[in-house]
Design a protein around this ligand. Structure first.
Ligand code: ATP
Ligand code: MG
Length: 756
């Protein structure tokens, strides 16, 4: 641990060194990207330990992501040795879990309480809303949950809401129904209160509660608060610009800012009275989480909020070349109402930014991949030094494919690989089930997706029957009328599902139907899309975009394949997924990194590709008409540009597909905001070739759903099941449709190809 002062600050500039050594209750290190904020924070921790004589247990360091926490811990270990392992270096959420695990019993939480993720929370809201007779089509569980989450981030409790909007409601009342209300706040207040009641009954907390309940704990239980205020003498927070109100209050409570006087600057030894010393670092130009309740005022008002606060500004950038900084400064200067910053670097101008305008997204991806291969081959740049960034997860798909085709290793951060994403797998499962009804796994996957009341019980009824008869799940479903003692509601639900599959299958069988149209049909008829579109959760917005991508992928596949079939399309998706999962020799290194701009916060790479710089892609279409949202997008652009150390690439596509539709895309206004002389355009004009979808498939490949063949195993063969289940022996796939709609079915005898 014993580090000399010179070892800790000798290689820092004057402001950085001042910040590391500052003695005082509240310090804000405010500075632009790459100026060493995180580095200073880490050094300051080492300084506090070795020069102020603090114990590792007296330090609480908060980072924005687990990845950032791991990185900081690693750097600290290098600086101060293994004691770093015992320090609290974590995100807000994991710090709160630790506190609640230890002291949550004061709040009535029993040990081993569960933490609901958003899916669990949503399920709970849905159960309540349904019981209370809420029109959940109009007020989706997800949107109600979003509202509850907003309240929590603002520390607005359910009692407050209830008192204001529904004073007569008693949480836990049985058989309550929400009847006509004048103000939708009444609905939210009632569900919020009941939701909290049931969380408590379940001995559970949701994700937002981790912060909220910890604040409550500290506020209402002075003994507990005292324990932590005594324990944590130094609280340090990175990325402070993205804290929300609840997190801000949590810091104050933990530090005891409102509970005692400022300490004397010299009283730094353990056991000292008075508030903990707070160090926060951040950059208001990098605030990009407003949609999660981040409040930029926390950093703007720091000096007024904390007594005797000191601000240290860092101005020298150590990360990027002057060219990259000039671009970043030029873009962010278009935001109004910000304090201008002057960032400079001693590195020099460096290479120009490289621009590339592609005809379409595929060409953009292929070009990026080829440039990565070239940098690696000709300039010896390791793959792990390169990163590709994009605005929305959906954009990763064409990039991933291009990298795979070029044989380049990559890793995707902070997102599931495209074909592993749940919404994509759900959609593909429908397509598989249409093509091959005997595929039990896929069929069972979608039985209750989106939720249609066919839960585990319904599934097991059919499953038991199938097992008893030794047939597929599909066959059992086709013969469910034979199942004894099936609840009427379940029977109704299963029939509806069967009809749904039959109708989608009939659509798919029409001779002119293209795979992309089948995808479109499935997305809309299944309800997959509707469920996500109704949600206000930005995550779901990106899931919708992923589904749009899937449809575009099918259209692309048609374009490149003379006789496109649904089966052929599914094969291509399966192949991508497979090669994707090939184990790699070097697990963490030697790979190009791909991630969204939001995930890239705080990270840096020698080479950065910023892709999809188009109006409507980035800035995102939702922000085009809203000044404050556009300002947030611009901050995101600033974050992206400043991730680059040596080389920055900016690319765009003239045509990008959404919903299988080719859209002409204008260049991003952020491109215009970068001074022209900074960019070396490798290709500036585009052919802007529109993607066409004018080819059809004559082939008939559909096994099953619409066929009048279905498994005629020993039990189902012949007539016992009545005419509606007409059977044809020798076939093992079946059809959903009724006898009346079977015309022409013989031309679909492809069960040999796709049958089980
Ligand atoms: P961001 O705003 O993106 O989070 P930051 O302000 O936290 O950036 P750091 O990540 O701490 O910046 O530093 C950027 C880069 O500059 C890092 O590689 C860091 O090691 C390096 N750096 C910072 N200060 C110095 C210094 N005094 N001498 C040499 N390198 C430095
Ligand atoms: Mg940082």
């Amino acid at each position: 641990i014993a580090r000399t002062a010179d070892e800790l600050v000798g290689d820092l500039n004057k402001q950085q060194a001042e910040a590391v050594q500052y003695r005082g209750a509240a310090l804000l290190i405010g500075a632009g990207a790459g100026s060493g904020k995180t580095r200073v924070l880490t050094r300051r921790i080492a300084w506090i330990l070795s020069q102020f004589g603090a114990w590792p247990s007296q330090i609480l360091a908060i980072t924005f992501t687990n990845k950032a926490a791991a990185e900081m811990r690693e750097r600290l270990t290098a600086l101060i040795g293994p004691v770093a392992q015992r320090m609290w270096v974590s995100t807000f959420h994991s710090a709160c879990v630790r506190i609640l695990r230890r002291d949550g019993k004061a709040l009535g939480l029993k040990s081993g309480f569960s933490i609901y993720d958003s899916a669990d929370s949503e399920r709970l809201v849905k159960i309540i809303a349904t019981e209370f007779n809420v029109d959940i089509k109009r007020y989706t569980p997800r949107s109600i949950l979003g509202r509850i989450s907003d309240y929590k981030n603002q520390l607005i409790g359910w009692r407050t809401q209830l008192a204001a909007y529904a004073p007569d409601f008693k949480p836990g009342s049985r058989g309550y129904r929400i009847s006509n209300f004048d103000n939708v706040e009444e609905l939210y207040a009632i569900i919020y209160a009941e939701y909290e009641h049931r969380l408590a009954m379940a001995n559970a907390v949701d994700f937002d509660d981790l912060i909220v309940r910890t604040v409550e704990l500290l506020r209402d239980h002075p003994d507990v608060a005292e324990y932590y205020r005594h324990k944590f003498r130094y609280i340090l927070v990175d990325e402070y610009q993205d804290t929300n109100h609840a997190q801000y209050v949590l810091i104050r409570e933990l530090a005891g800012v409102d509970a005692g006087e400022s300490p004397a600057p010299t009283a730094m030894a353990a056991g000292r009275q008075g508030p903990a010393w707070i160090t926060v670092v951040g950059d208001s130009d990098q605030s990009i989480y407003a949609f999660r309740g981040a409040d930029i005022r926390n950093i703007q008002d720091f000096e007024e909020d904390f007594p005797d606060a000191k601000t240290i500004l860092l101005e020298q950038n150590y990360r990027s070349t002057q060219t990259i900084l000039d671009a970043a400064n030029a873009v962010i200067s278009h935001n109004e109402g910000r304090k201008p910053k002057k960032l400079w670097t001693a590195v020099g101008k460096g290479e120009p930014i490289v621009g590339y305008a592609a005809d379409n997204a595929q060409q953009e991806a292929v070009w990026v991949a080829s440039e990565i291969a070239r940098l690696h081959a000709e300039e010896n740049i390791p793959y792990s030094d390169m990163a590709i960034m994009y605005r929305a997860n959906a954009q990763s798909r064409s990039l991933e494919e291009a990298l795979i085709n070029a044989g380049l290793p990559y890793q995707l951060i902070g997102g599931t690989k495209f074909y592993e994403r749940k919404e994509i797998k759900d959609a593909l499962a429908y397509l598989q089930a249409i093509l091959n009804p005997a595929d039990d796994v896929n069929l069972r996957r979608i039985l209750n997706v989106p939720k249609r009341g066919l839960g585990a019980r319904a599934e097991s009824i059919v499953l038991d029957y199938a097992r008893e008869r030794g047939t597929s799940f599909f066959d059992a479903l086709m013969h469910m009328e034979q199942i004894e003692g099936m609840p009427t509601r379940t029977a109704k639900g299963l029939k509806a599902f069967r009809d749904l599959m039959a109708s989608m299958s009939a659509f798919a069988r029409a001779n002119i139907t293209k795979p992309s149209e089948i995808v479109a049909e499935v997305l809309s008829k299944s309800g997959l899309l509707e469920e996500l579109q109704k949600s206000v959760d930005p995550q779901d917005q990106s899931r919708v975009e992923n589904l749009s991508q899937l449809q575009s992928t099918a259209a692309e596949y048609e374009q490149n394949t003379p006789d496109a079939t649904l089966g052929g399309f599914l094969e291509t998706t399966a192949l991508v997924a497979d090669s994707d999962q090939l184990p790699d020799e070097n697990e963490d290194s030697g790979k190009v990194t791909m991630m969204t701009l939001h995930t890239a916060k705080g990270l840096e790479y020698p080479v950065v590709f910023l892709t999809g710089l188009e109006q409507g892609t980035f800035p995102h279409s939702r922000s085009l008409e809203d000044t404050s949202e556009l300002a947030e997008e611009r901050r995101l652009a600033y974050v992206g540009i400043t991730r680059a150390k040596r080389r920055l690439y900016v690319t765009r596509a003239a045509v990008r597909a959404q919903w299988g539709q080719a859209n002409d895309m204008l260049p991003s206004q952020f491109l215009d905001e970068i001074p022209d002389e900074l960019i070396d355009w490798k290709r500036r004009e585009t052919g802007s070739e529109r993607m066409r979808t004018g080819w059809g498939s004559e082939s008939d490949e559909f096994g099953g759903w619409e066929d009048d063949d279905f498994s005629s195993g020993p039990t189902f063969g012949g007539s016992p099941y009545g005419s509606s289940y007409g059977s044809r022996s020798g076939s093992n796939s079946g059809r959903w449709g009724s006898a009346a709609s079977r015309s022409g079915s013989s031309s679909y005898g492809s069960s040999s190809r796709y049958g089980a």
